[in-house]
Write a protein that binds this ligand. Sequence first.
Ligand code: NAI
Ligand code: MG
Length: 494
Amino acid sequence: MQHTGEISQPAVMRRRILIGGDWVEAASGEAFPVENPAKRAIIATVPRGTAVDVELAVRSASDAFPAWSAVAPRERGRMLLQVADAMEARLEEVARLIALETGNALRTQARAEARISADIFRYFGGLGGELKGATIPLGDSVLSYTRREPLGVVGAIIPWNAPVLLAALKIAPALCAGNTMVLKTAEDAPLAVLLMAEICQQFLPAGVLNVLTGFGVECGAPLLNHPAIAKLSFTGSTAVGKIVMEAASQRIVPVSLELGGKSPSIVFPDANEDWVVEGIVAAMRFTRQSQSCTAGSRLFLHRSVFDSFLDKLTAKVSTLRIGDPLAEDTDVGTIINERQFNRVCGYIESGLAEPDAKLVAGGLPPTDGPLSEGYFVQPTIFAHTSNDWRLSREEIFGPVLVAIPWTDEADVIRMANDTHYGLAAYLWTHDIGKALRTAHQVQAGWVQINQGTGQSPGQSYGGYKQSGLGREFSLEAMLDSFTQLKNVTVNLTR
Ligand code: NAI
Ligand code: MG
């Protein structure tokens, strides 16, 4: 496997963190390695941030806040639009770095992530003028109105699965609304986010955006617990989401949480068609190794079409090319790291040990040959599983799909909802009445009918139940997540 990137850095890149407009080392001087999961090779080192760096970054963000919040909103937006332009000019560079550090395939995943991330800056950059308040009609002797004010310094923590997109989804709306930010990148994928920060820093005043690299407990926890943080915005596992909420409860600061999922895909009998098969592959995010919180990882197939649909699906899945993330003909890349790789393999082993479940695609990864060089796991499907089995209940965060037969409509909705998660749902039928009835009954924040992808700025996005709290991706989300409402009332008789 070979990559022919434009990234021609020295063998191991050395990156710095952004504090107060300066690119610096961690106060301790320590660094940690970033691995290319396709080759199990170290490609960079980044500063190992700790509480000292958090302190410096929060101070910078606090110092920058008064002036930044006083910039007229549309002027702030104009700077974000400049970021969007500059990112678009460097899309390929951003995309290659995403592919290199995450193992996500360049053609199917990383380029799209870079493009959507630039678009997120474009979308929120245009929304400065929408930070409007209202007037309350209390009669002619009173003027009562509301203002949308920023909260202050936002502490943001992101995961590695779509690092640039998830960072953009926090930076763009928070800054547009007049907040400043300290963002901690994920330890497995800090590089492309640091590149995006470099692009942002060309247009933003010093200290408005500060970006740290470091581990969860060492660097993330001090950020969660810093007394000057006015808002916490987190994307990642439900387990850490609970820690974020606990930290917020100590100081009564608002939190936004985008957490895990175990989303259902429901195929009705009339949808036994090729385009649905392609939609299921897209919904399962097989080309991102299913490392997606929205993966449609529980496939409910109507019993009447169960076998014939699965035949088509396994045939389709077998055409996906798995290999070097940077190669143009690769569809599927690698799992992010060894820990996740072992975890996913553990789920496959557990599926293989389940007497009734039938492996119809994939399986345990090869132990020799080119794919054993990296953390490659083939798209894997277990058929005839039960909705109660471990593989059907836990977020695997890897390419392991469970196919569950159903016959009764009420029963499939009950099974779909029988989970503590509630992020996405995918419904497949030409019967629009049936589709909408189901869409309204399913407990999920983001429902797709007859499509597996299609997330665009403007659509509010977020979870029901333990999949999260608050929304991202839209104007309403920006107003709810990154502003606070002040009411001002004037007695006009004096
Ligand atoms: P994680 O939730 O541990 O990591 C996400 C971020 O939180 C990282 O930046 C990490 O440094 C930080 N973090 C971890 N512990 C922290 C703490 N005590 N205080 C403050 N920050 C902390 O996710 P991880 O370990 O990478 O993946 C484990 C599982 O989480 C996956 O298998 C998957 O099920 C789930 N996950 C879900 C994601 C989603 O988008 N819903 C994204 C990534 C992981
Ligand atoms: Mg890595």
